[in-house]
Write a protein that binds this ligand. Structure first.
Ligand code: AMP
Length: 192
């Protein structure tokens, strides 16, 4: 499956020193959502260039009801449909700890967490795998987190009912660790 993270697509645009790149960089750092129109421009462009696939994993998308409704229309046109929506349920205080501690490798993209012993890099700010430098996302600070969390409650949380009504939603306890989260997701897929 082809994994699409709209956040990654936007971070890529934000890294370019253009008017659009600078505008998106600001939106991302603030914790607010990018406007729907731009989301679909970027997404449809990506889909058109990556259609040689058995399907997609959307990560961080859709984020609003309007996006979910428009996605249904796009998929219908492509004679595709959503099989599973995984709701990774995690308490706010755990999210804050994960987000403020997250560090990423500039070279290979590996993810660490300085707030969680088992996920700390061996050397401060250096990647265990490739010796690359670690950095913190512009929006992984407490202030942006509060905006992101409120935006989630107001705009994204209603999608839980939207997809539950369509009977494609699966509740996953995301509060433990990556292995336990993955085990639950695999078990949902295997049962099908
Ligand atoms: P993420 O990497 O999923 O945490 O997304 C990082 C940021 O990218 C978000 O806080 C938004 O500013 C923007 N973003 C990512 N996906 C979307 C989306 N589907 N709709 C609007 N904004 C998005």
């Amino acid at each position: 499956l082809n994994q699409i993270s709209t956040g990654d697509l936007f971070r890529n645009i934000a890294s370019q020193d253009t008017a659009l790149g600078n505008k998106i960089k600001e939106t991302l750092a603030s914790g607010n959502l990018v406007e729907d129109e731009l989301v679909f421009q970027v997404l449809e462009d990506y889909l058109d260039n990556h259609n040689n696939t058995n399907g997609y994993i959307f990560d961080g998308f859709p984020r609003t009801l309007a996006q979910a409704e428009k996605l249904d229309i796009i998929l219908e046109k492509r004679q595709q449909k959503i099989d599973f929506v995984f709701y990774l349920d995690v308490e706010k205080n755990i999210l804050l700890k994960r987000i403020t501690g997250r560090r990423l490798c500039k070279s290979c993209g590996a993810i660490y967490n300085v707030n969680i012993d088992s996920l700390k890099p061996k050397k401060d700010s250096i990647c265990d795998k490739c010796d690359g430098n670690l950095y913190r996302r512009d929006d992984d600070n407490q202030e942006s987190f509060e905006v992101r969390y409120q935006t989630y409650i107001e705009k994204t949380k209603p999608l839980i009912d939207y997809y539950r009504n369509k009977k494609v939603l699966f509740d996953i306890d995301g509060s433990v660790d990556k292995e336990y989260t993955l085990k639950q997701i695999e078990s949902v897929i295997e049962k099908r």
